[in-house]
Write a protein that binds this ligand. Structure first.
Ligand code: SAM
Length: 258
């Protein structure tokens, strides 16, 4: 059964109405429209958590993975942390973030709904080792990296996570395409020798690094990825045939004019 109604109910019951999954075209071309914020009765709070579509992608990973220990770097209001706890109810989860109100909220939601989450106020990478040592049992098998959105930071976060992770840990990075972090991803792949998939069919352009996963999971990841040559050709075709180029038309109509 899907986790979505429960995830929404948990936030609604805390007075936070999830705003998520909207099309950029329906929201004045706002790039963040697909991502998750909340209405708290007065205004909008939160910081661009995983989109509805990305949560739906994530929840199906339970068909292929059985992580015992999960690390979240970048918790904000806990949206993706709570989604992971509902997806993998047997796993212990540590979430790290310096934003204390979000940490308090996440721990309260965890206590109220009996979720195995320990949210810890701290900064990656320094807080990773002590938080995992205190709250997890053994090595980490799944990591979500969604904190500072720079190439340098995702390398630092990844290297910090590697120190507490097992060999078959799966790493999910949010926002890789939208925040231009493919160089950091490539660097992480090169130093680790892990396999990579850029999930070009997710709203933020997420990415996954992994060692070995079941063939069925590879087939699932392929549904969210593209052959880069085919994708480039598709984009060119769309640009040439589908996109109205008003400026180009105006320039063409001026050709020959003084
Ligand atoms: C995009 S938000 C995370 C959204 C969250 N994953 C979700 O889906 O709702 C980024 C978060 O990273 C946190 N952050 C910034 N620097 C950090 C660091 N060095 N370590 C951990 N978290 C950090 C910010 O406080 C912010 O809450």
């Amino acid at each position: 059964m899907t986790i979505l109604p429960k995830l929404h109910e948990i936030y609604n019951s805390a007075g936070l109405k999830p705003l998520t999954g909207h099309s950029t075209q329906h929201m004045f071309d706002w790039m963040d429209a697909p991502f998750t914020r909340f209405f708290d009765g007065n205004g909008i709070v939160g910081c661009a958590g995983l989109s509805l579509f990305e949560i739906m992608f994530l929840e199906h990973l339970r068909d292929y993975l059985k992580p015992k220990n999960i690390l979240v770097i970048g918790n904000a209001h806990g949206w993706s942390t709570v989604a992971l706890a509902l997806t993998f109810p047997k796993a212990k989860i540590v979430a790290i973030d310096p934003y204390e109100p979000g940490i308090e909220l996440t721990n309260k939601l965890a206590a109220d709904h009996k979720l195995k989450i320990a949210a810890v106020a701290g900064l990656s990478p320094q807080a990773i080792k002590p938080a995992c040592a205190e709250h997890l049992d053994g090595t980490v098998d799944f990591v979500l990296i969604d904190a500072v959105h720079t190439n340098e930071a995702i390398v630092t976060d990844f290297l910090g996570a590697r120190e507490v992770a097992g060999d078959d840990c799966v790493y999910l990075f949010h926002d890789v395409v939208n925040w231009k972090m493919t160089e950091g991803l490539k660097q992480n792949q090169a130093v680790s020798g892990l396999q990579a998939r850029l999930l070009t069919r997710t709203p933020s352009g997420m990415a996954v690094l992994f060692n070995q996963v079941p063939d069925e999971m590879l087939a699932y990841l392929d549904c969210f990825s593209d052959n880069t040559q085919l994708l480039a050709a598709y984009r060119d075709l769309v640009r040439q045939t589908m996109v109205k180029d008003s400026f180009g038309d105006a320039l063409a109509s001026l050709r020959g004019a003084a």
